[in-house]
Design a protein around this ligand. Structure first.
Ligand code: AGP
Length: 613
């Protein structure tokens, strides 16, 4: 992961870079650092922890030490080496003339390191990046040309990288390179920018060049030159950026996560607009680039995704199979890759990703592409690497999601999958009355979500009551089994409580052994085919003294002696209920984390965008 920013122009580089990094902290916040280059000097400042620690250090510096107009900066998600100051970027060479910030993993760093050590390179950190610093410095000593040094070095690097390199003898340029990690060059007037992502530079320019894999760029204040993998100069392809300057405001909410949870009714309206008009009209999905004939030939669907997006995919499986009869496999991207997956031109492969940058999913999609399957991407970033691989692109339009814990993007992914499944069913001429029911439910979803969000007192009280427990089990069956998985993921990632989601029927096959009064069980029970079954599984848990929380849309006398606490959600058909149940679980996780005083928006060890495999 990691976020990188580079600036060259007339402004104080430190200001542009710090601001840019603040928009990239979602990519990691284990440490931050900056190198400021001017008049044959390279000043490096680093701090472990969040960007605020680096800012404090910079505030203490003399103006003359931080007024350079060329610089590079980094916010780190640790892959190799502890999140210490010594491992923080920028890294440098023996004479500290060259500086580098890097996002990715240099896979052959262990092979390169001893070779460089033999040549006299002294390594200070445990990072793979420092190997690249020494390697490029070594090449520079031969050529005295920073561009050539980088061009030559990248041919020796294996793995993934996006980096910016400077040399104190050449403060008028930054060299950038990219392979399997995002990097854009913002095009300004008399100034240019480099960043891992658009929010870091959108305030300054709306024009950018998306660097492609294996390209190297030489960026000066007045010029940008891009070279391909054979070191040939190529024409610059300048594109308009799709973003307005982003006001990253919490809008009065204590955390971005809470704000994003509350945005969900509008997110649903956004997804549905122009696509679902009423229950009697067919869903319009112009984004699907399959002809009716091609669509009819689809006999298999594979959904690949990670984390929360994977859970959305699991809900999608239920809906697709129910409405279309097409068999659907859902698999974690990291498991889909590096084996012989069975797919062909009649397979629809759906990649789901909030960021569109998740390395495992990108690799999986590329693997599926090689099998000639139609690639449909559901993402919140229509400018992302994954979007660029799509045959059909379904943007979810959830708006920028800042909190590391995904909430509103999950909601938008669910809605997109419902629409997609209906679209397929309608194109296959299914006259299923269930389709009409689902459409009706989707259209009333925003007001039902609002009903939950307008009165959260009960959930807050439950959160407080259960916040001291160290373990949790979430159970459900059928289409809400993914809700149990997602609820458990939310709780563990922001509160560090050990929470696991199980199909309720699996409890008796092992997990029940863990149950006693110290292990609360949260059960999701919707009126429908599995309601009685889940109720029985709850009885089994109760008999083992587990504290029981019920999340249900059904008022039932039987709940009274069974559940210690209950959350009632509005009436909803079972097949659409994951979209309501999840909001209860998001709020529960949020309030437990908040009550425990955890860092809700930036939980430890995580990053919003996971760009390493
Ligand atoms: C969600 O709360 C997590 N932070 C994480 O599981 C995330 O969903 C996963 O890394 C996938 O990200 P993507 O949707 O951007 O591909």
């Amino acid at each position: 992961m990691c976020g990188i920013v580079g600036y060259i122009g007339k402004k104080r580089a430190v200001d542009v870079i710090l601001k840019g990094l603040s928009y990239l902290e979602y990519r990691g916040y284990d440490s931050a650092g900056i190198a400021l280059i001017s008049d044959n000097s390279a000043r490096i400042f680093k701090a472990p922890g969040k960007l605020s620690n680096l800012k404090e250090i910079l505030c203490l510096q003399k103006e003359s030490d931080i007024n350079a107009t060329t610089g590079i900066g980094h916010t780190r998600w640790a892959t190799h080496g502890l999140p210490t100051e010594i491992n923080a970027h920028p890294h440098t060479c023996n004479c500290k003339s060259l500086t580098i910030v890097h996002n990715g993993i240099i896979e052959n760093y262990k092979d390169l390191k001893p070779v460089l050590e033999k040549k006299g390179c002294k390594f200070l950190s445990q990072t793979d990046t420092e190997v690249a610093a020494h390697l490029i410095a070594h090449e520079f000593n031969e050529t005295k040309d920073l561009l050539k040094a980088v061009q030559s070095a990248v041919k020796k690097l294996k793995g993934a990288y996006a980096f910016c390199v400077t040399h104190k003898s050449m403060p008028d340029r930054i060299i950038a390179a990219r392979k399997n990690a995002p990097l854009i060059i913002g095009v300004g007037e008399g100034e240019n920018f480099i960043a891992s992502d658009i929010p870091a530079i959108i305030e300054y320019t709306k024009k950018a060049i998306y660097l492609s894999d294996n390209q190297v760029a030489e960026i000066k204040a007045e010029s940008i030159k891009i070279y391909d993998e054979n070191d040939n100069l190529i024409a610059n392809k300048v594109e308009n950026l799709p973003f307005e300057p982003i006001a990253l405001s919490k809008m009065g909410y204590k955390h971005f996560m809470l704000k994003e949870i509350h945005e969900q009714p509008d997110v649903v309206r956004n997804v549905l607009v122009d696509k679902l008009h009423d229950e009697d009209t067919a869903v319009v999905l112009d984004d699907v680039q399959l002809t009716k004939d091609e669509l009819e030939k689809i006999n298999r669907i594979q959904i690949i995704a990670c984390g929360t997006s994977l859970h959305a995919g699991l809900v999608g499986k239920y809906v697709f199979e129910e409405l279309t009869g097409i068999p659907v496999d859902v698999e974690a991207s990291s498991e889909y890759i590096y084996r012989n997956t069975i797919a062909d031109e009649n397979t629809l492969v759906i990649g789901i990703s909030q960021s569109g940058e998740t390395a495992d999913t990108i690799t999986a999609i590329k693997q599926a592409k090689d099998k000639n399957s139609h690639i449909l991407i559901i993402t919140n970033r229509k400018d992302s690497a994954m979007a660029r691989l799509a045959d059909s692109l379904l943007p979810i339009n959830a708006g920028i999601e800042v909190s590391v814990a995904a909430t509103k993007s999950y909601m938008a992914q669910l809605l997109s999958l419902y629409l997609l499944a209906i679209y397929f069913a309608e194109n296959k001429n299914s006259k299923n009355s269930l389709i009409k029911d689902i459409k009706k439910e989707l259209l009333t979803l925003p007001s039902k979500l609002e009903a939950i969000l307008n009165d959260t007192k009960n959930i807050e009280n439950i959160a407080k009551k259960y916040s001291s427990y160290k373990n949790f089990i979430f159970i459900a069956r059928g289409i809400n089994y993914p809700s149990a998985l997602e609820g458990a993921l939310k709780l563990k990632e922001i509160s560090y409580i050990n929470a696991t989601g199980y199909p309720a029927g699996e409890l008796k096959h092992g997990p029940i052994a863990m149950l006693d009064e110290t292990m609360p069980v949260l059960a999701i029970l919707n009126e429908g085919i599995v309601y009685d079954k889940v109720l029985s599984n709850c009885e089994e848990a109760k008999a083992r003294q587990a504290k029981l929380i019920g999340v249900t849309n059904f008022i039932d006398e039987k709940h009274k002696n069974l559940f210690d606490d209950t959350v009632i959600i509005p009436e909803i058909k079972d097949i659409v209920s994951p979209a309501l149940n999840i909001v209860v679980l998001q709020l529960l996780a949020y309030h437990i984390s908040e009550y425990l005083g955890k860092d809700v928006d930036q939980p430890r060890n995580l990053a919003k965008s996971v760009t390493v495999e």
